[in-house]
Structures are given as structure tokens and as C-alpha cells.
Design a binder for this molecule. Structure first.
Ligand code: ADP
Ligand code: MG
Length: 530
């Protein structure tokens, strides 16, 4: 512990035990609301704190309460929060603050068996954090007794109001001992909250913390409501996005899954998360900077350190947990005076969360429809036309003139141009005869060379898979000749391998859920972006 840490929290006259706990938590200095609130609470005042999310309100009430509580078997503080998630979150944080003082905390919320909570309450806890309904339930059963309560905290009071808990809040306030301190925190102060404070708080001290504005003016912000988010991303990439994209997912697994889903569809995408070695991270970032990868998929944590200037689009594959994170995420685009676009995918259930972000960030996130398949085709046409126009304008194709002229002996100019365009767009696939239905639909358009099917496997360099592993395992397991196996491309987290059309089903059957070098394999026909 450094001396400054001690001094900073020490100035607030905190016990050494509490300061030690805060140091363990990595808190170096009090946040503004903490610096303002802690002395008042220690002095016995009621406090109304008005501050946005992420300002450190939990510790603002948690620290002085932990410090003032004694380690008896009585419940001495009740903390009311609007949701189960918050109950758990606040209990964790207050529990950490109270660790060195041996203060026990317990979250109680609906949905968890009440018997389990009753047993835990009987074992002796000093601070209970709960949602209103469940708290009242316990109070009525006398499993939470109110007589020793010295502190009542209403955290996110405006949220509780919005959720219809105002009567519950009032009931609890009415039944608590008069000799208690009440601390109320709320981002806004709607009238019903104000009247609760008038009725049940004693000469409360007001603390308002304003944070710098959380707005990012040059960024266009949209949201899409869809069930199939992967398809949504593909549509956007195909129909309009052209540039460097960061996609945010909530979890590491989400990052991996999306990286695989997009790569197998032919996009240049790579995932970035905490499980990668420094080397792997550097390699991914280098590719992204240089442009050989144009989609970077990351968790909030993994993206924290990265600094790239010309990101054109930030996509929230999962809606951010809180408004702060939203601002951080979208702040990665629109830098240095460039314009940027932020797109957020939501499911209908997440609409509330979106509105909360809008309210706190004071921004408008516009609803949009995803591009249609027709938009995708239209864009491809535009791209082809504009590329052709450029080549024509540059007027430097005369080396090809004699070829064109000799083709014109046998074909019309329109036919030649159309065939050239097809070749340009589809590459060697343009050389194939249109396929009859000899192979199943999935096995067409896998991006394999003529006669071959390209398969996708979810193992790669990260599993130390080599070309030899792939060939020997597939040959032996599927009973085909090693010589028949075509191109193999091994990437960090997946591999593409070509096999002849007529044995593709056999290989799929033999390899799926089988193992290579001890790793369980998922294998499926690769898909190609049209
Ligand atoms: P709020 O309730 O105002 O939204 P929280 O209490 O949830 O904010 O705090 C937001 C985050 O900041 C939490 O991860 C918390 O651990 C952290 N935090 C709070 N106070 C400090 C501090 N003094 N130093 C460092 N981190 C802090
Ligand atoms: Mg909070």
C-alpha cells in the first residue's frame, strides 16, 4: 500500500481496516460523491445523493455504513435496490468493503428460494441488500427484524419508482425505527421521490455530482431490433459498411462464436479477448491496422487498451451493460474530427436498457431497418459499375484491346462485357457449369475449387493443429486417400480444408464431433459471401 492511498481515504477518518479493504479492491482515492457523502454519513446526517451511473455510489454509502456497524448478530442496515442483479452487485461490493471488518452481508431477492435466505439470515448478517418485494416478505415473516436497523439506503430510487415500487419503499420507511439514518440515491428527483424524502428523512443534506457531458456529437447512432444478429451484421457488411469495424460482445465466448460465424461466412474477422496471449493479440491488432482484417470483435475489457484512429463503425452486438460503457465503446469511432457510425443490436427485452442509455447519455439513438437482400445486390451492382467506370476513365487497358477484339469476332460486345464482369466478380467459380442438384444445397457455394467442397473446422493454430494433423486424421477417420485432400488453410481458431465433392458427406460424417489431437471438432460446409 502506498502512503497516498492511506492519506486520501484516511482524510475521511476511516478505520485502518476499511482502508485496507479499499486498497485490496484497488480503490486509490475517493470519487467525488464518496468524498462528499462519507463524512456526512459518519456525522449522522441523512443524505440525498444525486449522481449518474458509475460515479461510485455503492461505496459512498457502503464505506461509512461498514465502518459504523458493529459485529453483532443484528441486522443494522437495509439497502433497497430495484433489481436482483443490483442486489447481487451491491452485496458483492459492500461485502468486499466489509471483509476486513468481518461484516456479513446478504442479498435477498425474488426468484430465489426464500428458505435458503431465511437460513442465511439466521446465521447472522449485519447488512441486507434486497429488492422491495422480497424485503417486505421477510419483514412480514419477521425473518428480518427492524428494531436494530440504524441505516436505510434507497439505491436508484427513481428506478424503483419507475418499476412501481413506491408503495413498498414507503411501507419500509414507515416501519423502521425513527432513530435511523436514511440515505437516498437517485439519478433524477421526480416528485414522488421528493415527497418521500420530505416525509421520512430528517434534515437531509443534498449532494449533487455533475459529470462532464457524456455526448459524442459526430457519431450517428442507430439501433436495430432483430432476433438474428449474425445475419444482421452480414447484411450490414454486404450492403453498406465499408471500412474498419469494431464489434463488441458481452463475453469471451460471444467473441469466439461471432468470430467463427463471420469467418466461416467469408468475412475477414478476428476476435480479441483476455484469453489470447500477448503475441496473439499483437498479431490480431497488426492485421486490423494493416487492413487484412476489417472486423475486430472484442469484449469491453479487451478493447480497453487498443488505440486505432480510423474506425468507421462501432457495432454493439450485445447492448452495453451501462451508459458509460456505451459512451466508451462508441467513442472509438468518430475520432480526430472524422465522422463515425454506432450501431446497436437489441432484442425486444433490451429496449428498456436502450432507453436508459439514451436518457443518461442525452442522445437519440435512431431506429433503423436492416438492409434487405435487394439492398445487398444493389450495392454489388453499384460497386461493379463504379469500378468499371474508374478503369474506363483511367483509359489504361489497351494491352487488353486485342483480346477484346478477337472475342468480338465470335460474341457480341454485351456478352463479352457481361462475361468479363462475371469473371471479375466470381473468380474461377465463373468457369463452372451451372450446377445441377447432384450435391446437397449446403455443399454448394462453399468456396472450394471446381470439384471440391470446402469444409470449416473449429480448431486451428491455437490448438497447435498442423497440416499433417489435418491430413492424417481426415484420411484415416474418413477412409479416404490423403492425396485427395485439397487446400488447407489453418487460422488461429479455425481451419478450412477442401475435399472432393463425392467424399464430402463421408468426411463430414466421420469427423463431426470426432477429435483432432484431442480437440473436439465441429465441422461443417464452409459458406461464402455472395
Ligand atoms: P454507481 O452506483 O454510481 O453507478 P458503482 O458504485 O457501481 O457506481 O461504481 C462503479 C464502479 O466504480 C465499480 O466498479 C466500483 O467498484 C468502482 N469504484 C467505485 N469507487 C471507486 C474508487 N474510489 N476508486 C476506484 N474505483 C471505484
Ligand atoms: Mg449503483
Amino acid at each position: 500500500m502506498t502512503t497516498t492511498q492511506q492519506e486520501m481515504f484516511g482524510e475521511l477518518l476511516l478505520d485502518k481496516k476499511v482502508v485496507n479493504a479499499l486498497t485490496d479492491m484497488g480503490f486509490e482515492e475517493p470519487s467525488p460523491i464518496q468524498a462528499a457523502t462519507i463524512p456526512l454519513v459518519l456525522a449522522g446526517d441523512d443524505v440525498i445523493g444525486q449522481a449518474q451511473t458509475g460515479t461510485g455510489k455503492t461505496a459512498a454509502f457502503g464505506i461509512p455504513i461498514v465502518q459504523s456497524i458493529i459485529n453483532t448478530r443484528h441486522i443494522q442496515a437495509l439497502i433497497m435496490v430495484p433489481t436482483r442483479e443490483l442486489a447481487i452487485q451491491v452485496a458483492e461490493e459492500v461485502g468486499k468493503i466489509g471483509r476486513t471488518s468481518h461484516i456479513k452481508v446478504l442479498p435477498v431477492y425474488g426468484g430465489q428460494p426464500i428458505e435458503r435466505q431465511i437460513r442465511a439470515l439466521k446465521s447472522g448478517v449485519q447488512i441486507v441488500i434486497g429488492t422491495p418485494g422480497r424485503l417486505i416478505d421477510h419483514i412480514n415473516r419477521r425473518t428480518i427484524k427492524l428494531d436494530a436497523i440504524k441505516y436505510l439506503v434507497l439505491d436508484e430510487a427513481d428506478e424503483m419508482l419507475d418499476m412501481g415500487f413506491v408503495d413498498d419503499m414507503e411501507e419500509i420507511m414507515r416501519n423502521l425505527p425513527a432513530e435511523r439514518q436514511t440515505l437516498l440515491f437517485s439519478a433524477t428527483m421526480p416528485r414522488p421521490i421528493l415527497s418521500l424524502t420530505k416525509k421520512y428523512m430528517r434534515a437531509p443534506k443534498n449532494i449533487t455530482i455533475t459529470k462532464e457531458e457524456l455526448t459524442v456529437p459526430l457519431i450517428d447512432q442507430y439501433y436495430f431490433e432483430t432476433k438474428d444478429k449474425v445475419e444482421g451484421i452480414c447484411r450490414l457488411m454486404d450492403a453498406e459498411i465499408d471500412g474498419k469495424v469494431i464489434i463488441f460482445c458481452r463475453t469471451k465466448k460471444g467473441v469466439d462464436d461471432l468470430a467463427i460465424a463471420l469467418s466461416s461466412r467469408g468475412y475477414m474477422a478476428e476476435g480479441l479477448h483476455g484469453d489470447l496471449s500477448q503475441n496473439q493479440r499483437d498479431r490480431v491488432m497488426k492485421k486490423f491496422r494493416e487492413g487484412s482484417v476489417d472486423i475486430l470483435i472484442a469484449t469491453d475489457v479487451a478493447a480497453r487498451g487498443i488505440d486505432i484512429d480510423n474506425i468507421t463503425h462501432v457495432i454493439n452486438f450485445d447492448i452495453p451493460q451501462d451508459p458509460e460503457s456505451y459512451v466508451h465503446r462508441i467513442g472509438r469511432t468518430g475520432r480526430a474530427g472524422n465522422t463515425g457510425v454506432a450501431m446497436t443490436f437489441i432484442t425486444p427485452r433490451e429496449f428498456r436498457q436502450l432507453k436508459l442509455i439514451e436518457r443518461i447519455v442525452k442522445t437519440k439513438i435512431q431506429r433503423r431497418q436492416l438492409p434487405t437482400a435487394a439492398n445487398v445486390v444493389e450495392r454489388q451492382r453499384e460497386q461493379i459499375i463504379s469500378k468499371m467506370q474508374t478503369v474506363l476513365e483511367l483509359n489504361a487497358y489497351h494491352d487488353y484491346m486485342s483480346i477484346a477484339e478477337s472475342l468480338l469476332d465470335d460474341y457480341s460486345a454485351e456478352d463479352v462485357a457481361a462475361a468479363a464482369l462475371k469473371l471479375m466478380q466470381e473468380g474461377n467459380k465463373a468457369l463452372e457449369a451451372p450446377q445441377e442438384d447432384v450435391i446437397s444445397n449446403d455443399l454448394k457455394n462453399t468456396g472450394g475449387r471446381p470439384g471440391m467442397v470446402r469444409l470449416f473446422m473449429n480448431v486451428g493454430r491455437s490448438q497447435k493443429i498442423t497440416v499433417k494433423d489435418i491430413i492424417s486424421t481426415i484420411a484415416i477417420e474418413s477412409d479416404i486417400s490423403a492425396r485427395d485432400i485439397g487446400l488447407i488453410n489453418i487460422y488461429d481458431r479455425f481451419t478450412f480444408v477442401e475435399v472432393p465433392e463425392d467424399v464430402a458427406e463421408k468426411v463430414l460424417g466421420a469427423m463431426h464431433r470426432n477429435t483432432i489431437r484431442g480437440y473436439r471438432v465441429n465441422i461443417e460446409p464452409a459458406r461464402v459471401r455472395k
